[in-house]
Design a protein around this ligand. Structure first.
Ligand code: NDP
Length: 301
C-alpha cells in the first residue's frame, strides 16, 4: 500500500496561524510585539534565500523582523559587537545567526555569544545541555519540526525504534535527544556505521539528515515505517530541459529515494514540502516562546 504523505507545508501553515494568533494577543493584551533579528555575514546565495524567506514569514505573522547584513570580511570583533547589541535590545526576542559563517569566523564562539534566552536556533551550549538533560530549553527548529510531524502522525512515540541517520549538531544529535525524550529507542547512524541497511531495516521511524541525494533506497525501509526526510539536495533534471544559459535544469530531492521508500513506508515526508517549511514555522514559534519567557507570560502550547 502506498504511504501516507505527511504534508509539512500544510502543517507549517497551521503552526504559523497559531503563532499569528498568539502574536495578535501579545500585541492587544500586553502591548508587546515579538521581534526576530537575523544576522547574515557574506553573500552565500542559499543563505540569502533562507534569510529572505524568514524575514517575509516573520512579518506575515505580525512580528518585527530585523535583518543585519554584514560584509563577508566582517571581523569577529565587529560581529560579536552586533550580537552584543542585539542581546541587550529589549525589542529583540530572538536572534539567529545564519550558518555557515565565512571560514575566518569561529562558529562555536559566535553561536555561544548569543544570549541563551534569545537563541531561537537552540544551538548555544546552554540550550544543548538543557535539552540533553530534559530541561526547558530552546529547541533547534528542524528537529522540532520533525518531532511535531511525528507526534501528529503517531500520537505517542513511546517504545518505537528510531534511527537517525546523521549526527550533526544542528539536526542529527538534537533529533536523537528529542526522540529519546519521547521514549523512543534511538540509534544514531553516521558515515562510519557498519551495515547501515540492516540498522535502518529495524526502525519504526527513520530520520534521514545526511545531505546525500536519494541515498536511502526503499528496500532499507521496514514495512509501515515512518520516514522523515530532512535532506535538501539539488540534482540535475534533464527531463525539465535546459536553462537560458544552456545548463541542465535542476530539482530538489531528499536523502531518501522517495518513490521506492513510499512503496514500503507507512508515512513519508516529501521534498520539497515536508521538513523545510516546518523549520521556519518552528523558528517563528520559538521566537514567540522566547518573547513570552522574557516577559513572564504564558507560553504557547
Ligand atoms: P552535515 O553535513 O553536518 O551532517 C551530515 C551527517 O551525515 C554527518 O553526521 C555524516 O556522518 C552523515 N553521513 C554522511 N555520509 C553518510 C553515509 N554515507 N552514511 C551515513 N551517514 C552519513 O549535514 P546537516 O545535518 O547540516 O544536514 C543534513 C541534510 O539536511 C542536508 O541535506 C541539509 O541541506 C539538510 N537540512 C535541511 C534542513 C531543513 O530545513 N529541511 C535544515 C538543515 C539541514 P559523519 O558525522 O560521520 O561525517
Amino acid at each position: 500500500m502506498a504511504a501516507t504523505i505527511i504534508d509539512g507545508k500544510g502543517f507549517a501553515a497551521t503552526v504559523r496561524e497559531k503563532v499569528a494568533a498568539h502574536v495578535a494577543r501579545l500585541k492587544d493584551e500586553n502591548g508587546i510585539t515579538p521581534g526576530l533579528a537575523v544576522v547574515l555575514v557574506g553573500e552565500d546565495p542559499a543563505s540569502q534565500v533562507y534569510v529572505r524567506a524568514k524575514g517575509k514569514q516573520t512579518t506575515e505573522v505580525g512580528m518585527n523582523s530585523y535583518e543585519h547584513k554584514l560584509e563577508a570580511d566582517t571581523s569577529e570583533a565587529d560581529l560579536l559587537a552586533v550580537i552584543d547589541k542585539l542581546n541587550n535590545d529589549p525589542t529583540v526576542h530572538g536572534i539567529l545567526v545564519q550558518l555557515p559563517l565565512p571560514k575566518h569566523l569561529n562558529e562555536d564562539l559566535i553561536i555561544n555569544s548569543v544570549a541563551p534566552a534569545k537563541d531561537v536556533d537552540g544551538f548555544h551550549i546552554s540550550n544543548v545541555g538543557l535539552l540533553g538533560t530534559g530541561q526547558k530549553s530552546m529547541v533547534p527548529c528542524t528537529p522540532l519540526g520533525c518531532l511535531m510531524m511525528l507526534r501528529d502522525h503517531h500520537g505517542s512515540l513511546s517504545g518505537l525504534n528510531a534511527v537517525v541517520i546523521g549526527r550533526s549538531n544542528i539536526v542529527g544529535k538534537p533529533m536523537a535527544q528529542l526522540l529519546l525524550g519521547d521514549s523512543c529507542t534511538v540509534t544514531i547512524a553516521h558515515s562510519r556505521t557498519k551495515d547501515l541497511a540492516d540498522v535502518v531495516r529495524r526502525a519504526d521511524i527513520v530520520v534521514a539528515a545526511v545531505g546525500r541525494a536519494e541515498m536511502v533506497p526503499g528496500d532499507w525501509i521496514k514495512q509501515g515505517a515512518t520516514v522523515i526526510d530532512v535532506g535538501i539536495n539539488r540534482i540535475e533534471a534533464p527531463e525539465k530541459g535546459l536553462k537560458e544559459d544552456g545548463s541542465v535544469k535542476t530539482r530538489l530531492v531528499g536523502d531518501v529515494d522517495f518513490v521506492s521508500c513510499s512503496e514500503r513506508a507507512g508515512a513519508i515526508t516529501p521534498v520539497p514540502g515536508g521538513v523545510g517549511p516546518m523549520t521556519i514555522a518552528c523558528l517563528l514559534a520559538n521566537t514567540v516562546t522566547a518573547c513570552c519567557r522574557a516577559n513572564g507570560l504564558a507560553e504557547p502550547e
